[in-house]
Design a protein. Structure first.
Length: 486
């Protein structure tokens, strides 16, 4: 931890004349902005010669390719200190009213250093701050040019120009709200801040994008989609918006739209493993496993430590019936992260398919040790126990699965099968009926229910449920009817 000095005070005075078409309130706003810009320069000049620079150089970010140290500091310090107006005077000189404004910053250097250290660790936040810096510089240039132009245009043209100047000034307020949102904890509070930023500058793509990301993280996908659409409309070159919108489309099951957005994102950043990984998942969800494997290959080539890409490539191999390659990829995932529960689960499923029940149970045990509430694992371990003839162990696992989700129809179905195999037909019948209550079109449940009634000697109910299974297309139901229910 670097030790910083305690406090540092900076003062700045500016004098701005009031143009013929300007009000005192407007000029005061301009003077405050001018003070903020000049004080920001002073703060940055001080920090550029302080121990804060050591923090930046140790961050590993290399200023995001930013060659200008002061520019990086200007971005990283945005919103970390407050500027106070200490005095305001209005003077008349040569018939021109002039605003003289004095502002001050008292910098808590220790806190500043700590917050900069915190910020440089967050790549996304650094990217945002660099874009904020560019936005502030753009607004400042516009304000200077617009004020000069106001003195030159006709009275008719001045109305529109003053409206533009007002929007520019509002843009600075939007930046303040955006920075507050950036450092605010809590999703609802962030949304409020970004919404306020948008209300002050409805053309700022970055504010829409950040609000969209928060909506996405809250599961408000329609709101997120609306914001990402707005970003792309405002700035068709905003590459991250295509990736984020693609993620929304993928979650909504709109895989073709998702893939199209990932394609566009890759045109901007062709070496981003995250985009290949996301597109691979979209292809896999469509059942295009060859395309998915190709994208996962590229993601792994770009980032050999992308454990999720190995795991999901394993899934694509599994669904392509390439079990050996799937097992190999799950093993690679676990080499990168020995606590990756999904890889243990997925490998256990493959072992079960191969009839290697002992290895499957070992993997399922490991997944459960990592997450005792991993619902699916109990079900699949129950299947493996059933295949080994360990009916009591299977029954215990199906019971656990149902205790976590009382609408897990497959657990009821398989538990019913275990009860039937143990000769407890009443319990089996109760479970098959629960399956049918959850899914009235489950033909296997109707068939098994009919067979259970046959075992009890109840041919009337057996005939009723076997006929339903037959009508739903269950192979073998008619044979049972012909043999036992004439």
């Amino acid at each position: 931890m670097i030790i910083y000095a305690q406090t540092k005070t900076f003062e700045q005075n500016v004098c701005l004349y009031m143009g013929q078409r300007e009000t005192q309130e407007e000029v005061r706003d301009y003077a405050v902005i001018e003070c903020q810009m000049l004080l920001s320069d002073k703060v940055v000049d001080y920090l550029a010669n302080s121990d804060v620079v050591k923090t930046l150089k140790g961050s590993g970010l290399e200023f995001k390719g930013e060659p200008d140290l002061k520019g990086s500091l200007r971005a990283l310090t945005k919103g970390l200190y407050q500027i106070k107006v200490m005095g305001e005077w209005w003077l008349t000189k040569e018939n021109t009213l002039t605003c003289s404004l004095t502002c001050k910053v008292v910098l808590d250097v220790k806190k500043m250093g700590e917050k900069i250290e915190e910020r440089v660790k967050d790549k996304s936040k650094v990217d945002n701050l660099l874009q904020v810096r560019e936005e502030i510089e753009r607004l400042y240039r516009n304000l200077i040019e617009q004020r000069k132009l106001l003195a030159q245009v006709s009275e008719d043209q001045s109305t529109d120009l003053k409206a533009k100047i007002k929007r520019t000034v509002n843009g600075f307020t939007a930046v303040d709200w955006f920075l507050t949102g950036l450092d605010t904890v809590g999703q609802d509070a962030k949304i409020k801040c970004y919404t306020n930023a948008i209300e002050h500058n409805s053309d700022w793509a970055l504010a829409f994008y950040n609000r969209g990301k928060v909506y996405y993280s809250k599961g408000f996908y329609e709101s997120a989609l609306t914001d990402f659409n707005r970003v792309i409309k405002l700035n068709p070159y905003f590459k991250d918006a295509y990736f984020s919108r693609g993620n929304v489309y993928k979650l909504k099951g709109l895989y073709d739209k998702a893939i199209a957005d990932y394609d566009t994102a890759l045109k901007f950043t062709p070496n981003d493993d995250n985009i290949y990984y996301a597109r691979g998942n979209a292809y896999a969800n469509k059942g295009f496993y060859r395309n998915a494997i190709s994208d996962f290959n590229q993601a792994i080539k770009l980032n050999p430590n992308n454990k999720d890409a190995y795991n999901n490539r394993g899934l694509a191999y599994y669904y392509s019936n390439n079990y050996d390659s799937a097992i190999a990829d799950y093993g690679r995932t676990l080499n990168l992260d020995p606590n990756y529960k999904k890889a243990y689960f997925n490998r256990g499923v493959v072992y079960t398919e191969q009839g290697n029940y002992d290895s499957a149970i070992v993997d399922f045990d490991k997944a459960i040790s990592i997450d005792p509430k991993y619902l699916k694992v109990y079900y699949y371990r129950g299947v493996a126990y059933s295949k080994k003839g360990l009916l009591d162990s299977a029954l215990a696992d199906y019971n656990r699965a149902i205790s976590y989700d009382n609408k897990f129809k497959w657990a009821y179905l398989n538990r019913g099968n275990v009860y039937a195999e143990k000769g407890n037909y009443n319990a089996a019948i109760a479970d098959y009926k629960r399956v049918i209550k959850l899914d009235s079109q489950d033909k296997e449940a109707y068939y098994n229910l009919g067979v259970a009634y046959l075992e009890k000697g109840d041919k009337a109910n057996a005939k009723k449920y076997l006929e339903k299974a037959r009508d739903l297309g269950f192979t073998g139901a008619q044979d049972m009817l012909d043999k036992y229910c004439r």
